[in-house]
Ligand binder design. Structure first.
Ligand code: PEP
Length: 245
């Protein structure tokens, strides 16, 4: 399976900037063997999807509600993301877990809603700096996997150590190798054969300069990219470093 390179644009870009960024990614995407996804703010999904029409770059949301509709002021349902042109959705990002108190159980419900709407979820897990300092990183990630992923699970997992997100600190290749091997084991334990082929992304200060070595680590199935995805050339350089699979 090709690696997946997903850009999380977070709360960046006005509409014209998002469209220009999407067109910049699409313009350089031909010949890249990785699967490519960009995740703008939900407001811009339709415009970005239109700008990407005819290109191999897909669009994703950054969150969805667990209900398919209802009285939930300000929230966005998974079928709405799908209707706007999204095929993917990031769920359980640490910024959602920390800023909005999202629990594993809520992430699991959102994941079910996403799959029911025809979206492929990218479910994020990862430990904080304190948890790693306390030697708890695998326990934390194991609990998050057990609590956040519904059975069966059809989607992607992203390992994003919280201390590496937006900090410029990247996990070492050895840290990534250890954690990805652990996550693979857990996925196989939870899902049997299906767990052996779930893509496991790494996320946390991935940039063109470190992408090739991170993407070559065993069990790394791609990257979830924040800051560096806001520059089309940098994002494309990461994608070119990806493995064809
Ligand atoms: C992210 O937020 O998913 C992320 C990985 O951010 P950054 O690449 O900026 O560390």
């Amino acid at each position: 399976m090709p690696q997946l390179i997903a850009g999380n644009w977070k709360m960046h870009c006005l509409a014209a900037e998002a469209i220009a960024l999407a067109k910049g990614v699409a313009a350089g995407a031909q010949g890249i063997t990785a699967d490519l996804v960009v995740c703008p703010t939900a407001l811009h999904i339709a415009a970005v999807a239109q700008a990407l029409q005819g290109s191999p770059v897909a669009v994703g949301g950054q969150d969805c509600h667990q209900s398919k509709q209802g009285a939930h002021t300000g929230d966005i349902a998974a079928p709405m993301l799908r209707d706007a042109g999204a095929a993917w959705v990031i769920l359980g990002h640490s910024e959602r877990r920390h800023n909005h108190g999202e629990t594993d159980e809520l992430v699991r419900e959102k994941t079910l809603a996403a799959v029911a709407a025809g979206l492929t979820p990218i479910v994020c897990v990862g430990e904080t700096a304190d948890q790693r300092a306390g030697g708890q990183e695998t326990d934390i990630v194991g609990w998050q996997l057990a609590g956040s992923l519904p059975k069966p699970f059809s989607g992607v997992v992203a390992y994003e150590p919280v201390w590496a997100i937006g900090t410029g600190k990247t996990a070492t290749d050895e840290d990534v190798a250890t954690m990805h091997a652990f996550i693979r084991e857990e996925l196989v334990r939870q899902f049997g054969d299906a767990g052996a082929i779930i893509r496991i992304l790494y996320g946390g200060s991935v940039k063109a300069a470190n992408a090739a070595s991170l993407l070559a680590v065993p069990h790394v199935g791609g990257a979830l990219v924040g800051g560096a995805s806001l520059n089309a050339q940098e994002f494309l350089a990461i994608a070119r470093a990806a493995q064809a699979g």
